[in-house]
Design a protein around this ligand. Structure first.
Ligand code: MG
Length: 375
């Protein structure tokens, strides 16, 4: 059996969890001579990143084609040899490598008749604890408190994570007293035991003092962790912050490479290490990062804020380690989760089942990708 086809499919879709913004992704479809198809995805987010990644993927397709699909390491090594000039340290080439890697894992599982979880050594648990992960975008913070409270109270999520400084009218992260009142209201709405995570969006330019002040004030309402209160590379800022606050601090989702994670973990600034398989080298790199996280005795938090393909990859990685505290799901239905696959991921009473079907355990509906495809 050999790989006969590698296709790049850039898409754009409306994301209700981000104030109906248009978000872009790149899908990688790999087909074998026996007609087996594997899927990967890169969280490119912007149309220009999707289009340029598609050009790169099409440009390196000839390296992948002709190989036995189980020659995973050999294919990656040849790709890295070719892409050395434009992937050093990450960048758009990392999107391409990530999408190909996940597609090869999916293919391997389908060919061997095993789930990716089984290929990773077997899931440590059959379900993951799930929280709602969304952005606040309504001008009325009372509305947002009620909306997120209902996710826990009525829908069964074990907690909430809320992005601040995002699109829309909420203007969270700009006025200290208003922000603190919001977090106080959230705690009231979700109850004393639910998970509560606040995430600073990159558009908020907090100083170290701003970050310390807010993290301390938010933590009066028992934060599970504070995410990216500062820009990821502000190591000194994170160190100063950590001397002043007691809650866990999360950062890492913007890293592109295992080397980047090595530096991050050596710096000791992250208690909760964000990782996106659609950005930082797929499942293969995810396994390496998990080993680093386990050695450092911190937490692994798989990003899954794009399509069901990345959700499946992130669940498989999360289920392979005891250093995963929770799994994040977007609470509002969206095309790349709920239309893309035949059996969308759903949580019941705050638990999400780890897929057991061959490969990623999902069935992609190709006509949906064609519908959202951009040229
Ligand atoms: Mg985040």
């Amino acid at each position: 059996m050999t790989i006969t086809k590698v296709d790049a499919i850039p898409v754009a879709y409306t994301e209700p969890n981000d104030c109906d913004s248009t978000r872009s992704l790149l899908f990688c479809r790999i087909e074998t001579s026996d007609g087996v198809v594997g899927w990967g995805e890169a969280i490119t987010q912007f149309p220009e990143a999707s289009r340029s990644s598609a050009v790169l993927l099409e440009g390196v397709a000839d390296i992948v084609i002709g190989h036995d699909p189980l020659d995973h390491h050999l294919i990656l090594a040849e790709l890295e040899r070719r892409m050395w000039w434009y992937t050093y340290g990450g960048g758009i080439g990392a999107f391409v490598l990530s999408a190909i890697d996940v597609a090869l894992w999916d293919l391997r599982g389908k060919i061997l008749g095993r789930s990716v979880s089984e290929l990773l050594g077997g899931a440590l648990r059959s379900e993951l604890p799930v929280i709602s992960s969304s952005h606040a975008f309504n001008a009325s913070l009372e509305f947002e408190i009620e909306r997120h409270g209902a996710y826990v109270r009525d829908d069964g999520y074990l907690g909430i994570k809320i992005g601040m400084g995002k699109r829309g009218e909420s203007r969270l992260g700009y006025e200290f007293d208003r922000d603190v009142a919001f977090v106080a209201g959230l705690r009231e709405a979700i109850g004393p035991d639910a998970i509560l995570i606040m995430d600073r969006g990159q558009s908020l330019e907090w100083t170290v003092s701003d970050a310390i002040r807010r993290t301390q004030a938010f933590n009066d309402y028992r934060l599970t962790w504070m995410e990216e209160p500062l820009e990821p590379r502000d190591v000194e800022g994170f160190r100063r912050l950590r001397q002043q606050v007691t809650c866990l601090i999360g950062t890492g989702e913007r890293e592109f490479t295992v080397d980047g994670y090595q530096d991050l973990l050596a710096s000791g600034i992250s208690d909760v290490v964000g990782f996106d398989p659609g950005r930082a080298g797929g499942i293969t790199s995810g396994l390496k990062v998990i080993r680093l996280v386990e050695d450092a005795n911190v937490w692994f938090n798989a990003h899954a804020w794009s399509s069901a393909v990345t959700t499946a990859a992130s669940i498989a990685l999360s289920a392979s380690t005891n250093r995963c505290m929770l799994f994040e799901q977007k609470p509002l239905a969206n095309p790349m989760q709920d239309e893309l696959i035949t059996q969308p991921f759903v949580q019941h009473h705050g638990a999400m089942a780890v897929p057991t079907g061959p490969g990623l355990g999902i069935e992609v509906i190709e006509s949906v990708l064609e519908h959202y495809r951009i040229r």
